[in-house]
Design a protein. Sequence first.
Length: 825
Amino acid sequence: MKFGHFDDANREYVIETPRTPYPWINYLGTQGFFSLISNTAGGYSFYKDARLRRITRYRYNNVPIDMGGRYFYINDNGTIWNPGWSPVKTELDAYECRHGMGYTIITGKKNNLKAQVTFFVPQDYDGEVQQVVLTNEGSSDKTFKFWSFAEWCLWDAQDDCTNFQRNFSTGRVEIKDSTIYHKTEYRDRRNHYAFYSVNDKIDGYDTDRDTFIGLYNGFHNPQAVLDGKCGNSLADGWSPIASHFKEITLKAGESKTLVFVLGYVEMPVDKKFEADGKTINKEKALAMIEKYNTPEKFAAGMKELRAYWDKLLGILNVNTPEDKVNRMVNIWNQYQCMVTFNLSRSASYFESGIGRGMGFRDSNQDILGFVHQIPDRARERLIDIASTQLEDGGCYHQYQPLTKKGNADIGGDFSDDPLWMILSVSAYIKETGDWSILDAKVPYDNDESKAKSMLDHLTVSFYHIVNNLGPHGLPLAMRADWNDCINLSCFSDTPGESFQTYTNPKFKAEGGYSKVAESVFVAALFTYVGPNFVGILNHLGKKDEAAKAQAEIDKMKKVMMDSAWDGNWFMRAYDANGQKMGSKECEEGQIFIEPQGFAIMSDIDKDAAKKTLAAIDERLNTKHGLVLNNPAFSKYYIQYGEISTYPGGYKENAGIFTHNNAWIICAAAYAGEGDQAFKYYSEIAPAYTEETSDLHKTEPYVYGQMIGGKDAGSDIGQTEKNFGQGKNSWLTGTAAWNMVAISQYILGIQPDFDGLKVDPSIPANWDGFTATRLFRGAKYNITIKNPSHVCKGVKSLVVDGQAVEGCVVPFVEGKKEVNVEITLG
Ligand code: GLC
Ligand code: GLC
């Protein structure tokens, strides 16, 4: 069942009912000011840091789930409604929500009155602009009352939802003309305020929540709206809000347009106040309001936003026989990659924005998905991340976006972290050809006196693995690897201990983690990522160092076959007792997804690769995607940690973790199994799961982190209960990796050090496809023909009429357009 449809021409998803199976959200803003907005206008705004600069309030874990947002209320002679249906939930005569690239349009209609609200955050602007168009579609005059509503958050979102004894006494506002200013703590230590304005005269306002809503009412029946008036209240403590009030009369057929701005302003300390020393200096706010105070200016801002996205999405464009693939590649997957780049894992309807900072491994992987769109920001991000690295190659697992410092609370010793940086820096160089990043001086541990070249950072990353091997010569598992929930040194039996940071006393003397537990996943990642490091060294003419690194990779491949090959797939780990994990010998958790894809793509052994792909298909694949492990753990294994705390079928315990599904899609494509790769791709790609949105629940235009696996419900004797149900949408490495899987492995358009490689691995029944790709200043027009209906194999490559050996289109400086024709066979 669907709840809407894709409008590809406008790059929108059109939601046709407010009753979606979960709030379906969008993100506004790409630079400093961000808003989350659901299909019923729920959500909140913040500036840069979702925890420390929260502008509007949102309640987590709410009932119903999506309560609180920017709401417009209409009282039309006693009929009270919102354009987005919620929170009043009066049945509308018509409803539609269009989520587009950086904007959302919500339209509601009731009793011949139509209200269309467009929300967006303009480029280079710290505010959300909202245009409300009210139209009387009836044949007689209409007089009605209209309110805006937003609830201020007292800045630090964590403090705001806990420290009531203080916060109920600090809230402050100021009102001037049609603008309500939020200035809590501005008198003392804060240099920022927020405001909510409208480009018209108002008939009143409220800023005190209890006056507007009433003590015993809720968002769904505010007293002021019920009474058809406002209180002109001035908040002094308690919960400050902003509500404008207006009485409107429209003739038959007449429209009225109002433009609201919800803005954020930072002031220099010496310019905070007017001459009286207490009235806030509104200069900047007034300039912001002035910028968007007419429908014409609003339209111009929207046009700029569209142009911005035209540019970003114009870099890669494909035309395949599958509309759904085109839609994902050309629009939604790229859009999601940009959002994950901006937000990391901070703020979504599953991430509260008050939890973790930016993940080291997460941010590195995110780069793979968007580096072609904004390489400059990728470079900056890479340097920020590398600056938090430690001199021995170890890494803080997370860092804070405002300070850009490593987070000491979480610490380090996540065994896979350093490798992702080699991969992301390589991806950046392959995309841009900018080798100079390797010379950039980058601090260790944010200490400038310890700065060394980025190449040095990559070197210590590579050797951090080599220098930390266990008894079999496999990398030590440490606190966790990519799977945060396989914690082989934890042995935790006390509630509340964090599986990732708790140090068991028995490993204290050894440095905090077992020197026996080893990760086959990290070994496979090492053999997959390592050749990039070798390629870089070779390019720089450092042949000896390249050979030395290559020898380490070869050695690791041998160790994998000798000590980690289980007969039909690769094992997952050795635990701290030296026992196999992810082996046919295990009672549960006999096969894991994580090491398999990278092992296959490392060319360790052809026969092993074949067997592994067959085992994956047999043991892990389901109609909703590949489960992480099988069988699911049905009890707590103290030696494995968090993974076995989840009921079977969820999260890391045999859930369908879409992030690592992509690694198998890549691997199957790499191995020439284009049909198998495409099957796995279409099992999880949102454009395909749209058809079963009622089951899938989360947005049909973006990936979620997890889908309930075939074992979901097994714990309660209802196996398959939530099989196929999505969770944790939007902020996941899945976005980047599936972008890589479809564009670089299936469609095979893959930037390489020396040029653009084109080596598709597609479903055999495709006749081919075309694509355009902007790459290092040139436009590549790519045509793939598949007359013999194979999956993979470049039979001929013709570049501008000339036959070329292999499948890499060599990079030629100065060319503006390159025509590439490939025949498979
Ligand atoms: C989450 C984390 C990511 C981790 C994954 C598996 O997605 O953000 O870092 O690799 O879970 O545990
Ligand atoms: C990742 C995992 C989650 C785990 C968390 C711990 O987000 O997905 O299951 O609890 O990391 O940090």
